[in-house]
Design a protein around this ligand. Structure first.
Ligand code: GRG
Length: 297
């Protein structure tokens, strides 16, 4: 599978769906909606929605499920984008650059950026439960709960709280794993799990997907840590070297660059092993796992 071609094609599918489902900048809230749309459409790999659709395709290769999952895929991207807007705020990472462009608060002010994030988070749940949602009520309820759990205080928000609380402090490696699992891994795992559930996966199939999500989540975070050390600001589209400056504990800080790369590769191998039962139907998910590791080189 030519992964770059696949990811480009799928990114276009997601972008079209986002355009369809996203609020339009009109009426009395036009400026606020424009601020949400700015960060949503300024770039991004669309990894979470693509993972959701690829998981659905693995369970239901006839591609009928993926259509029904497009609002779910878009909701995941809205939540991810909100997290990036808030992460960049002066009260958090205070960054000027995201996705290669000025951060939201640089353009819309701090209050505007907080509200853009709040708007995207809330719109995600509007999208999940509104008129565009065509999944059967039972799977919809399950998926909505999975997303709320992954995004909230026992997932991404909780992970971010821990990440900030432990800046410039020493802490055991186990806590670093908890931070990564919740801050970054939970939403990635949830994307794959939601795709599987929406496509009618059996509990065993869903379990395999969760295992895959957990391992690519780990690999993704290790690679993100590595890129912060090895890539330039231009390559990253955000300020490079930020982790060390902010006193963040990272994989390279604990283990060095070479060992971290090895650990990322091990995580990707375990992710791929988890999908052995799906054989060639899992080709896109396998290729995405390889792509996550390849970014580190
Ligand atoms: C503020 C509630 C709240 C949470 C923030 C996701 C997050 C939690 C912070 C972002 C900080 C960070 C660099 C985390 C590492 C992993 C990560 C989420 C990287 C960005 O995701 P990509 O590479 O970004 O998928 P694009 O722009 O391609 O969508």
């Amino acid at each position: 599978m030519e992964i770059r071609h696949y990811l480009n094609e799928q990114r276009q599918v997601v972008d079209l769906a986002l355009e369809k489902y996203m609020l339009k900048p009109q009426g009395p809230f036009a400026r606020h909606i424009e601020s949400m749309r700015y960060s949503l459409f300024v770039g991004g790999k669309r990894l979470r929605p693509i993972l959701c659709l690829a998981a659905a395709d693995t369970i239901d290769p006839g591609c009928t499920a993926r259509e029904k999952l497009l609002p779910v895929a878009c909701a995941l991207e809205c939540i991810h984008t909100y997290s990036l807007i808030h992460d960049d705020l002066p009260a958090m990472d205070n960054d000027d650059l995201r996705r290669g462009k000025p951060t939201n608060h640089r353009l819309y002010g701090e209050a505007g950026a907080i509200l853009a994030g709040d708007g995207l988070l809330t719109w995600a749940f509007d999208l999940l439960t509104g008129q565009d949602s065509v999944l059967p009520p039972e799977s919809l309820l399950q998926i909505t709960h999975l997303i709320a759990r992954a995004a909230g205080s026992l997932g991404m928000v909780g992970g971010q709280a821990l990440d900030i609380a432990y800046e410039n402090k020493e802490f055991p490696f186990e806590l670093l794993q908890t931070i990564h699992r919740s801050k970054t891994g939970a939403l990635l795992t949830c994307a794959v799990q939601a795709g599987a559930v929406g496509a009618g996966a059996t509990p065993e199939e869903t379990e395999a997907m969760v295992h895959y999500g957990d391992r690519i989540g780990l690999a993704f975070q290790i690679v993100d840590d590595l890129l912060d050390v090895t890539a330039s600001t231009e390559q990253l589209g955000k300020t490079a070297g930020g982790d060390a400056k902010k006193g963040k504990a990272t994989y390279p800080a604990y283990f060095g660059v070479d060992k971290s790369r090895k650990m990322a590769l091990e995580a990707v191998t375990a992710a791929k092993d988890a999908l052995a039962g799906f054989q060639e139907k899992a080709a896109p998910l396998l290729a995405i796992a390889d792509y996550i590791y390849a970014r580190s080189n």
